[in-house]
Ligand binder design. Structure first.
Ligand code: RIB
Ligand code: CA
Length: 316
């Protein structure tokens, strides 16, 4: 039986690769995609998610627009990383598939209430605004969630949008605080891990020749990596968000520990920081499986093989 998931996303090139990996994996059943404002505004994330579904030949997956702004703060976006469209690197046709009428938060609540308790996994790979809004509006659904597997936060890597905060948490720290305090079974893939998930030139060229899907992934990576190369000086683009899907498929490739993680929401310099008690120096209860290591060679081989399968299927 395939594992039921809902991906909550702000595409973004790395989100797009995560969506493709999920759609290429029969172990997963994508019940729906809920979009949130993050890398780019909501209208674009909702557009981009549908572009990716159509690229993968999966216009059967319902796409919903969720929250267009954080719970209480002004939206901060990342066009400087992802380009004005959010999917810069290649021009793809506007989507034909419709956006669902229902709000993404309503879809989250309705699905968690209608599916058997403990069977739906939420995979947030953008700011946590939709998830937190659903938990606040319908507290009964929190206990019905199987697991939340998210990309966000950092420990040794500290921050990528400020010296102390990772983007997904920084955009909506109040939402992150709701999720981390909810008691849900939480798996966190932070920058400490995803900054090691760097594409190589050989991998990108391997993708480029598989067909239209692989070509798009290679083009997105070409665009996406320039920011990290200039900033960190290392070659390759960090495939942050696909690590969540890869963990669902091959948790054995990852390693970490259950620890306490609190979210700073008031710090003058540290708002959005994930205060990760990796060394257990407080008596605060563990609330997250915080992953720090991934076998990168096997990770990229998995992503390449699965995405190539989309091109193979399309070629018939
Ligand atoms: O900090 C990395 C995260 O922020 C990723 O989810 C990326 O897509 C951006 O949303
Ligand atoms: Ca993202």
């Amino acid at each position: 039986m395939a594992r039921k998931i809902i991906i909550d996303t702000d595409p973004g090139q790395d989100d797009a690769v995560a969506l493709l990996l999920a759609m290429a994996s029969p172990e997963l059943e994508v019940l729906g995609i809920t979009c949130v404002a993050g890398n780019v505004p909501l209208a674009l994330t909702a557009r981009n998610a549908r572009i990716v579904c159509e690229l993968a030949g999966r216009d059967d997956i319902p796409v919903f627009a969720g929250c267009d702004a954080p719970l209480q703060r002004r939206l901060v976006t990342a066009e400087h990383v992802h380009g004005r469209s959010g999917l810069d690197g290649i021009t793809l046709p506007d989507p034909v598939m419709p956006l669902q009428d229902r709000h993404g938060v309503d879809f989250l609540i309705d699905t968690l209430r209608s599916e058997p308790a403990g069977t739906v996994t939420l995979v947030p790979i953008g700011p946590l605004t939709n998830i937190a809004t659903a938990f606040r509006r319908a507290p009964d659904v929190v206990g019905r969630v199987k697991q939340v597997v998210m990309m966000g936060g950092a420990y040794f890597e500290v921050g990528n949008v400020t010296p102390s905060a990772e983007f997904n948490i920084f955009v909506d720290p109040e939402a992150a605080q709701v999720v981390f305090a909810s008691g849900v079974d939480l798996v966190v893939l932070p920058l400490d891990l995803t900054h090691r998930a760097l594409t190589s030139r050989a991998w990108v060229e391997r993708m480029r020749v598989t067909g239209p899907v692989g070509r798009a992934v290679a083009s997105w990576t070409d665009f996406f990596e320039r920011y990290d190369q200039q900033k960190y000086g290392n070659a390759g683009a960090p495939l942050h968000d696909p690590c969540t899907i890869a963990w669902l498929l091959r948790p054995d490739l990852f390693d970490g520990r259950r620890i306490n993680v609190e979210i700073e929401t008031e710090g003058r310099f540290t708002t959005g920081m994930t205060v990760a008690d990796w060394w257990g120096v407080t008596d605060r209860p563990a609330n997250a499986l915080f992953l720090r290591h991934v076998e990168t060679e096997q990770l990229f081989d998995l992503i390449a093989r699965r995405i190539a399968s989309l091109d193979k299927a399309a070629a018939g």
